[in-house]
Design a protein around this ligand. Structure first.
Ligand code: PBG
Length: 328
């Protein structure tokens, strides 16, 4: 039988498969998230996120040394403060945990791209991403605080600030304050399409950031929507975002693809956040012996890239960098 098309020909050996591969995962794509706490020599496991830790700054620096040795170039920092208050004001203290961590990292590893999460949920008593009045998360009051937080991170030396509070106008407000204070070189990675997701649960353990009442559905996106993600992304670009983001990633590959294809948003670099629950599902199944961790994690990360993400934020960053090296 003559078959002109025999697609198996190009799958025959590993070498041929490598030649025709359409998607290539690289360490250059990865950003590693970290949780930072006060103290010395702290490396506290997070029960719901195997092999992820809350580090004090000294131990954080040690881990980043290993990470950068593997070629990963970006870190995303989350502060877990000792104290909270209603206004979340510890988030913009000059001597806050994140501010100290940023300057320590930039001093020791000037080349590492330091990105900071700009949000209030770990810092407010109510555990919401903005200021609460009369049981409602206030948009415009929160913008003032988010701007102060971003500026304090920029002053500490952050390369990129990443507002994740999902307040309307947060990117514009932050761009304005950064520019007015001469921080014109500090970039903004906007959590543009951030969905209200059950996959954040392990993160909230790690960052101690669960809402004390209600949920985040009045500000984070509804997972039934994709066109709205395009509106969010386009708005963030107009407000001055340098990098867009879709979050979570795995259940949102269609959203990643939509943002990457829409004429107004496709021209911007796009990050996707492979969130805590997506990580912990794989870890838990692997620990039970139900899945092969390396195979499934690499498949997931590659699928995020294939969908259209340029940057992948993942708790697997360090391990995956090791796996990529191992396979070279
Ligand atoms: C804070 C924030 C959250 C995540 C990143 N920034 C949690 C939330 O919105 O409740 C989740 C990240 C993850 O699950 O890995 N606003």
């Amino acid at each position: 039988m003559t078959m002109i098309q025999r697609l198996r020909r190009s799958r025959r050996t590993a070498e041929i498969r490598a030649l025709v591969a359409e998607t290539r995962l690289s360490v250059d794509d990865f950003i590693m998230p970290y949780f930072v706490v006060e103290g010395i020599n702290v490396k506290k496991p997070i029960e719901t996120m195997p092999e992820v830790f809350r580090f004090s700054i000294d131990n954080l620096l040690k881990d980043i040394e290993e990470l950068s040795g593997l070629g990963v170039k970006g870190v995303l920092l989350f502060g877990v403060p000792d104290k909270k208050n209603p206004t979340g004001s510890y988030a913009y203290k000059r001597t806050g945990i994140i501010q100290k961590a940023v300057s320590a990292i930039k001093k020791k590893f000037p080349g590492i791209a330091v990105i900071t999460d700009v949000c209030m949920c770990s810092y407010t008593s109510a555990g919401h991403c903005g200021i609460v009045k009369n049981g409602i998360v206030q948009n415009d009051d929160s913008l003032a605080v988010l701007s102060k937080i971003a500026l304090s991170h920029a002053d500490a030396g952050a390369d990129i600030v990443a507002p994740s509070a999902m307040m309307d106008g947060q990117v514009g407000a932050i761009r304005e304050i950064l520019d007015s204070k001469k921080c014109v070189d500090v970039a903004i990675m906007a959590y543009s399409a951030k969905y209200a997701s059950g996959f954040y649960a392990p993160f909230r353990d790690a960052a101690d950031s669960s809402p004390k009442f209600g949920d985040r559905k009045s500000y984070q996106m509804d997972y039934r929507n994709v066109k709205e993600a395009l509106r969010e992304s386009a708005a963030d670009l107009r407000e001055g975002a340098d990098i867009l983001m879709v979050k979570p990633a795995l259940s949102y590959l269609d959203v990643i693809r939509a943002v990457k294809e829409h004429p107004e948003t496709s021209i911007a670099p796009l990050a996707a956040y492979n969130v805590s629950g997506e990580y912990s599902m794989v870890k838990a199944a692997a620990m039970k012996g139900w899945l092969d961790e390396k195979k499934t994690a690499m498949e997931i990360l590659t699928s995020i890239k294939r969908a259209g993400a340029d940057i992948i934020i993942t708790y697997f960053a360090k391990q995956a960098a090791g796996w990529i090296k191992e396979d070279e």
